[in-house]
Design a binder for this molecule. Structure first.
Ligand SMILES: [Zn+2]
Length: 300
């Protein structure tokens, strides 16, 4: 628990992990700043969509931060047919975040400044995918996009798909420069559980209730306060516990895998006939990276 009182911005674009061994609980805290700005700068989104993407990126970092093995990826995809937001995609791999949103700007404008989740997505669903290449495993859970926020839907995912009691809070400060978004995830693990094995839920778990009550007291302004180090948040919530282990923060960055070479490899997997249909009179195939809003001209 060091770094308390560090300078403003010390906790930006960082992900911290902690465990509370006495309560069989673990947690992640994240705060995004310039990385969020860089991701948003690739697009020209209105405020409600920026807000939505900021929350999704925080969630991707919180969940991605649960992955231990290098090369593992967390993908969050919110989707609906006929909703104002048709698609939202975010992913996290080795500290790198990226994301984009497809929406209907005309219908969005009709919803006002603070549209609800159901106004944005209608009858949508959220797919959460953990890819673990080291063991060639892939877990996917899909939950309905219900409740007030994406965070609430992710809590439902952990409760239903993984049977892991989980509390998630997120907050954004869109007025700040850079934009700031923060989040806290705390979850209960079975006795001695490590990693992602399934939890055998007991009928009651007072130790979890205790942790949840403490975590519940986090305020949005604390999550989005650039001058409050992430360790400071853990300290404020859990300083009365006999033991809290906080690991060194991981720096987060904006990252995308798009490149000419990448798209050449992707296109090479298409049959020749399909590629012929895609290319223009000069033999060029134009490919978009939706994450970066960049177009690549690939010579076929
Ligand atoms: Zn890209």
């Amino acid at each position: 628990m060091n770094e308390r009182g560090a300078s403003p911005g010390a906790g930006l674009d960082q992900l911290a992990s902690f465990t509370i061994p006495g309560c069989h609980a673990r947690g992640r805290v994240v705060r995004l700043g310039p990385v969020l700005d860089r991701i948003l700068a690739a697009h020209d989104y209105p405020a409600p969509i920026q807000q939505l993407l900021a929350e999704a990126l925080v969630l991707a970092a919180l969940m991605g931060g649960l992955l231990k093995r290098e090369g593992s990826q967390l993908t969050l995809q919110a989707q609906t047919s006929g909703g104002v937001v048709e698609l939202l995609v975010c992913d996290y791999r080795d500290g790198e975040l990226r994301g984009y949103v497809q929406h209907d700007p005309v219908r969005l404008a009709e919803l006002g400044d603070e549209p609800s989740l159901s106004e944005l997505f209608g009858d949508g669903h959220l797919a959460i995918t953990f890819d673990l290449p080291a063991t060639s495993q892939r877990y996917q859970g899909v939950v309905p996009l219900e409740g007030n926020s994406l965070s609430a839907a992710v809590e439902v995912y952990f409760a239903q798909s993984e049977q892991v009691p989980t509390l998630i809070r997120t907050a954004t400060d869109a007025g700040a420069r850079p934009n700031i978004a923060g989040g806290l995830l705390v979850q209960h693990l079975a006795d001695g559980e490590e990693g992602r094995e399934r939890l055998h839920v007991r009928a009651d778990h007072p130790e979890w209730e205790h942790v949840a009550v403490l975590a519940h007291s986090i305020r949005p302004d604390e999550l989005a306060d650039a001058s409050l180090p992430l360790e400071g948040i853990v300290w404020r919530l859990f300083h009365e516990e006999p033991e809290v282990r906080v690991q060194a923060s991981v720096p987060l960055s904006r990252g995308c895998r798009c490149s000419t070479v990448h798209f050449e490899e992707v296109l090479a997997r298409f049959p020749k006939k399909d590629r012929r249909d895609m290319r223009d009179e000069n033999g060029i195939i134009l490919v978009d990276c939706a994450f970066c809003s960049r177009e690549f001209a690939i010579q076929d």
